[in-house]
Design a protein around this ligand. Structure first.
Ligand code: PEP
Length: 252
């Protein structure tokens, strides 16, 4: 039985003070229920400290949204896995489509980041997903499974159990256009079959695959009850405490 994982990706929103307030509100709304769900908040780097303090004593975990693969060096503007660990993060989002799209992040870089994150002891959430053009050209399987294979290259089976995947169709991110539960489940099933083929039932049965793309309180329950969907990566709806808490409850 896989424990659902619901993570809020706050992207480049919220000052440190606002982030602390939002994290406190979420922790308070979720204080009495939903132990069956693992919850993670991923604010911008500048708010990690404030959110860490706000979450003290709460089971909600902290995550970051990106990192470099090197431990240190002359990489202006970058943050290393070790630096992220010192902020209290246990999770790291890697390969988000906005990073692939706007910062030209490649599959090879995602793979280097994944290996570095695992070496450092972080739990990575690796995002994959096709564009609308690729979907309409019948390339879902090639693109998504290709991204999964490239990201996981050289990662050992025990390490795979420390990470999660997030299927996020690019056309559904921030657009209000969610994949239907059937559309999402179809791709999640393809990913799980591919994991089964490459790594066997142990990894395929245990690795969590989140869905992301315009998840809201109104559509979360139906998405999360699909057999191969293990919670969600939530963008816009994670910026309001009540809607994020409602989404977490939908995974309980
Ligand atoms: C995301 O940023 O990962 C995401 C899924 O965003 P949204 O929920 O706003 O579509």
């Amino acid at each position: 039985m896989r424990r659902p994982l619901v993570a809020g990706n706050w992207k480049m929103y919220k000052s440190a003070a606002e982030a602390g307030t939002l994290a406190r509100a979420i922790a308070s709304l979720l204080s009495r229920d939903c132990e069956t769900v693992e919850v993670v908040l991923c604010p911008p780097f500048t708010s990690l400290q404030a959110v860490r303090e706000a979450l003290a004593g709460s089971p909600i975990a902290l995550g970051a949204q990106n990192m470099h693969w090197e431990s240190e060096g002359a990489f202006t503007g970058e943050i290393s896995p070790q630096m992220i660990l010192t902020t209290g993060c246990s999770y790291i989002i890697l390969g988000h489509s906005e990073r692939r799209q706007y910062f030209a992040e490649t599959d090879e870089q995602v793979n280097r980041k994944l290996k570095a994150a695992l070496r450092a002891g972080l739990s990575p959430i690796v995002c994959v997903g096709e564009t609308l053009e690729q979907r309409e050209a019948g390339q879902i399987e090639t693109v998504v499974l290709g991204q999964v294979r490239a990201a996981l290259q050289g990662v050992s089976e025990p390490e795979l159990l420390k990470m999660a995947l997030a299927y996020e169709p690019v056309w559904a991110i921030g657009t209000g256009r969610t994949a239907t539960p059937a559309q999402a489940e179809e791709v999640h099933g393809l990913i799980r079959s591919s994991l089964r083929q490459h790594y066997g039932e142990g990894v395929a049965g245990a690795l969590r695959i989140q869905y992301g793309g315009s998840v809201k309180p109104e559509n979360a329950a139906e998405l999360f009850t699909q057999q191969n969907i293990d919670g969600g990566l939530i963008g816009g709806a994670a910026l309001k405490a009540d809607s994020f808490a409602a989404i977490v409850r939908a995974a309980c």
